[in-house]
Design a protein around this ligand. Structure first.
Ligand code: NAD
Length: 440
């Protein structure tokens, strides 16, 4: 099949490339000319395991190409995927300007029947807006090409995006047009050879499924963070509590890890947008989600609180090593990363920070800038030299088994403040380090 993918970010580039991998011909469109120029050279602008090799392989095979030409993209394929950003507006609702601009671009240049697939995360009712935008644009053109709008939210996780797309847990398709449904089934057939994973729904339900999924996951995290803070005060160990409750199949072990708050480009903005949609469109106050959000905001300050309890309120003259900047491992994405709040808190209290991340250093320099007091190290161990304590904000694999003897002898105080519970507290303490994890 031929496919146009509009937007070449984490979702569009991964989806487009994986669709090419199974034999389709995919043209990716982006308004960012710099990004397209790099992609045309086979250079992948984001870090995502396995992606670069797959992009190059499919480009070489002639199945994957990149353009900024809206007309060429609209003419290229019947299937037009919209995978552009939906960042939060000032009031927290999803900003649909990029989605609607993409829809307009298709309508201005389409030359026959088109299936417009909303892959971006968009509030309930967006497909109707896309439908109206396309109809109005076609009318201005004096054209009557038929089209159908489909909702197909994406569930890939950054850091495992290629794997998730190639082996999805489920494929949600919200549609009513039979021709569009048949095309979506054919397109996704290679990704579900083992058993049927496509769940067909109405459009509005598909749109809500995506928000409900992210809201549920964010809720689990905020719940566990709150439990961890409580466990810490009561002298219980949240890791034992996690195993104790996870063994109940109604709860399960997944996604029950406490930490220093959730971040990234999805949970914070999607929780906000759902609260906003509910209030504006339905007059409903989402009380649970408001609590999830405020608990998460508070959790992002927990590490700085631990630092102040150990070293005092005034941190002038103190230097801290910070391991991990990306919002989670295996990505360079710094959007809403808890490390950003930690860095701001510590700098505000007068501390110096020497930070290290295995892949997010360039992105960190871009988003954090060069505030006085913040430096970057070339390696994890270099960050630790001359530091009063080690702080951990991202659970990268390379941090999981450090040389504790070297850490103890290099740090000015043998202190580890760990926002990701990477180590066995008893072991680390036996080795002569003071260890402050979350909820243990
Ligand atoms: N990142 C994730 O893990 C993830 C997972 C599931 C769903 N989503 C959702 O998918 C959508 C995209 O997210 P992302 O992280 O890939 O965003 P991103 O910011 O990485 O990429 C968006 C891209 O769209 C381009 N763009 C904007 N307007 C355009 C237009 N009119 N025409 C062509 N290109 C245009 C931008 O230049 C950018 O390259 C969002 O709605 C997001 O919530 C993201």
């Amino acid at each position: 099949m031929k496919i146009t993918m509009i937007g070449t970010g984490y979702v569009g580039l991964v989806s487009g490339t994986c669709l090419a991998e199974v034999g389709n011909h995919v043209l990716c469109l982006d308004t960012d000319a710099g990004k397209i120029a790099r992609l045309q050279q086979g250079e992948v602008p984001i870090f995502e395991p396995g992606l670069e090799a797959m992009v190059r392989r499919n480009m070489a095979a002639g199945r994957l190409s990149f353009t900024t030409d809206v007309k060429a993209a609209a003419e290229f394929a019947t299937m037009q995927f919209i995978a552009v950003g939906t960042p939060p507006d000032e009031d927290g609702s999803a900003d649909l300007q990029y989605v609607l601009a993409a829809a307009r671009g298709i309508a201005q240049h389409m030359t026959g029947f088109r299936v417009i697939v909303d892959k971006s995360t968009v509030p309930v009712g967006t497909a109707d807006k896309v439908q109206a935008e396309i109809a109005a644009t076609l009318q201005r053109r004096g054209s009557a090409h038929p089209f159908a709008v489909v909702s197909n939210p994406e569930f890939l996780k950054e850091g495992a995006a290629v794997e998730d797309f190639m082996r999805p847990d489920r494929i949600i398709v919200g549609a009513s047009n039979e021709q569009a449904i048949a095309l979506m089934r054919a397109l996704y057939a290679p990704f579900q050879r083992n058993h049927e994973r496509l769940v067909l729904t109405d459009v509005r339900s598909a749109e809500l499924i995506k928000y409900a999924a992210n809201a549920m996951l964010a809720t689990r995290i905020s719940f566990m963070n709150e439990m961890a803070n409580l466990a810490e005060r009561l002298g219980a160990d949240i890791e034992l509590v996690r195993r104790g409750i996870g063994s109940d199949p109604r709860i399960g072990y997944d996604f029950l890890y406490p930490g220093c708050g959730y971040g990234g480009s999805c949970f914070p903005k999607d929780v906000k947008a759902l609260i906003r949609t509910a209030a504006i469109e339905a007059g409903i106050e989402m009380q649970v989600l408001k609590a999830v959000e405020s608990a998460n905001e508070a959790q992002k300050h927990v590490l700085a609180g631990k630092v102040r309890r150990r070293f005092g309120e005034d941190l002038h003259g103190r230097r801290f090593a910070l391991w991990g900047l990306a919002f989670k491992p295996n990505t360079d994405d710094m959007r809403e990363a808890p490390s950003r709040v930690l860095v701001a808190d510590l700098l505000a209290a007068g501390a110096e920070i020497v930070a290290y991340d295995p892949v997010a250093m360039d992105e960190a320099r871009r988003v954090l800038g060069a505030p006085s007091g913040l430096q970057f190290a070339d390696s994890a161990m270099q960050a630790v030299e001359g530091a009063d304590a080690l702080l951990i904000a991202t659970e990268w694999k390379e941090f999981r088994s450090p040389d504790f003897d070297t850490l103890r002898s290099t740090l000015r105080h043998p202190v580890i403040i760990d926002g990701r519970n990477l180590y066995d507290p008893a072991l680390v303490r036996t080795l002569g380090l003071e260890y402050f994890p979350i909820g243990r």
